[in-house]
Design a binder for this molecule. Structure first.
Ligand code: ADP
Ligand code: MG
Ligand code: MG
Length: 319
């Protein structure tokens, strides 16, 4: 029996991505439980369908506060706090810009500069008013829209991990497409998670990340983008300019306990670029990062919670 023979893999398409669950037992009931839970969570956070808690808040923008459940309130509060950090590239009110660009969806185009200027006035995170007493969220300006697309998967990956733990599962992997969360150590002493080769076929890897009971989140400019006149427009927008963030990075990977931290920090570090990120990382010991740059470097500032095996000679490892 090879190690992989002991793994049972279950898959579904959820949140617009293939979702993969790996278990060490054949357990259809548990797998359906996990997929049901993901669907339930998706229905709360999505902005791609008319009915969700987030859409209720967006529809009432400029008009009424909307009371939400405690977990939704907490997640929005956390997202607002990160968005309001000085120079944050994370912005929970990025919705109007995301809708305008439609990157990764049909009908994408480059918006007119003056349209972007107008929309930028609807993306001030300070305009999200939170009332602890009534647990309500109020968007002060008509046209404002919350978009939790950058952290929903991480949040849900952690919800799945906690559910699996409650079900006494101690060795499993959930991959929500970009967000991998693990319990235990897989079959060979660690779970192996591939690092994708940018702008190549989906199976091509430039390395493998090995973790035990950690989250691995990668945000790459090659995930969703369109090309026009030789320029690549990808899906992580700069809240200052309204255009896609543009620097030396092709991807940022975060290894952490919680997948939500991976989501937050991929976006924040992506916005900082390599140099500032390296300085910041020394102050946040509970997370670690891997950077892939446009000029073919894989930068590994530390390897405390993971090991990395390079698979592609055309990339230079900077450790
Ligand atoms: P992926 O969709 O590949 O998981 P990310 O986790 O980086 O990628 O999230 C990108 C999504 O986050 C976008 O599709 C959009 O919905 C939203 N978004 C884009 N720019 C920002 C930003 N600056 N701050 C917060 N959310 C953003
Ligand atoms: Mg993501
Ligand atoms: Mg992210």
């Amino acid at each position: 029996m090879t190690p992989d023979d002991r793994i049972y893999a279950y898959s579904a398409v959820l949140m617009g991505s293939p979702v993969l669950l790996k278990l060490f037992e054949h357990d259809e009931t548990l797998a359906s439980g996990v997929f049901r839970l993901i669907k339930q969570q998706e229905n709360i956070f999505t902005v791609n369908r008319p009915h969700s808690d987030i859409m209720a808040i967006n529809h009432a923008a400029g008009r009424d506060p909307v009371t939400v459940s405690a977990p939704v309130f907490e997640l929005i509060r956390r997202a607002k706090t990160i968005s309001c950090l000085p120079d944050s590239s994370f912005n929970l009110t990025i919705g109007p810009l995301v809708k305008c660009w439609k990157i990764g969806f049909s009908g994408h185009s480059i918006p007119a500069a003056h349209d972007l200027q107008t929309l930028l006035s609807l993306t001030d995170p300070e305009d999200v008013i939170l009332d602890e007493q009534t647990r309500s969220v109020f968007l002060q300006k008509t046209g404002m829209e919350i978009d939790l697309g950058a952290i929903a998967k991480g949040y849900i990956a952690d919800v799945v991990r906690d559910y699996l733990r409650e079900q006494q599962v101690d060795n499993a992997l959930i991959n929500l497409g970009g967000n991998v969360q693990t319990l235990g150590d897989g079959t060979e002493g660690a779970w192996a998670i591939g690092l994708k080769k940018p702008f190549s076929d989906p199976d091509a890897l430039i390395g493998v990340i090995n973790v035990i009971g950690k989250s691995v989140v990668t945000s790459g400019v090659y995930e969703r983008y369109f090309e026009l006149d030789g320029h690549c427009y990808h899906h992580i927008l700069d809240p200052k300019t309204g255009y896609p963030l543009d620097n030396e990075l092709l991807s940022v990977t975060i290894i952490s306990e919680d997948s939500i931290d991976g989501d937050i920090w991929t976006t924040l570090l992506y916005g900082m670029g390599v140099e500032k990120s390296l300085a910041s990382l020394t102050k946040i010991p509970h997370i670690e990062a891997i950077f892939v740059t446009r000029d073919g470097q894989i930068i590994l500032p530390s390897q405390r919670q993971f090991t990395f095996t390079p698979l592609d000679d055309s990339y230079r490892i900077i450790a």
